[in-house]
Design a protein around this ligand. Sequence first.
Ligand code: 5GP
Length: 175
Amino acid sequence: MKRDGLTELITAEKIAARVAELGAEISRDLAGVDELMVLCVLKGAFIFTADLVRHITIPCRIDFIRASSYGTHRISTGMVMLDHHHDPCVEGKEVLLVEDIIDTGLTFSRILEELRSQNPASLRVCTLLDKASARTVPVKADYTGFTIPDIFVVGYGLDAAGLYRELPSIAIPNA
Ligand code: 5GP
């Protein structure tokens, strides 16, 4: 991918290969489950979720929740807003939460807190990217695509003020 102002970090080919591996791993671990409720965290995880579910061999019920912590900034605001307008009910369900990236861990822990209060049968988390060194809340995903350094990235669903989501690879915007 060539685009002015961006330095590629993870190629589209590497993402595709890793997403296929994650799908296979999840399918193996959850073999025997009748129905998997896949919860995509909007907006950043929409492309990852779309690709991931096509590698999961268990029947899926796909739904969406919305959380935002960055607004238009490139640094986590520390305030996580969940949109309660459309809250899928996860009670008694086998749930896979799909995240774009775990940074401080605040968004992740807020969503988990909400979902756990509804008593799902099981709750697993899959994230495409993990900035493990940026963590302020000690949380860990069950499935991780790539661990990356603490730098701001865009592409494959991730944005900078609404832009770059359509890029097929993960890239670093030049300052
Ligand atoms: P946390 O609550 O873990 O600090 O932040 C998680 C959310 O912040 C992610 O779901 C994502 O929306 C946003 N975020 C964190 N790091 C990045 C990044 O490097 N690039 C982009 N575009 N969003 C990020």
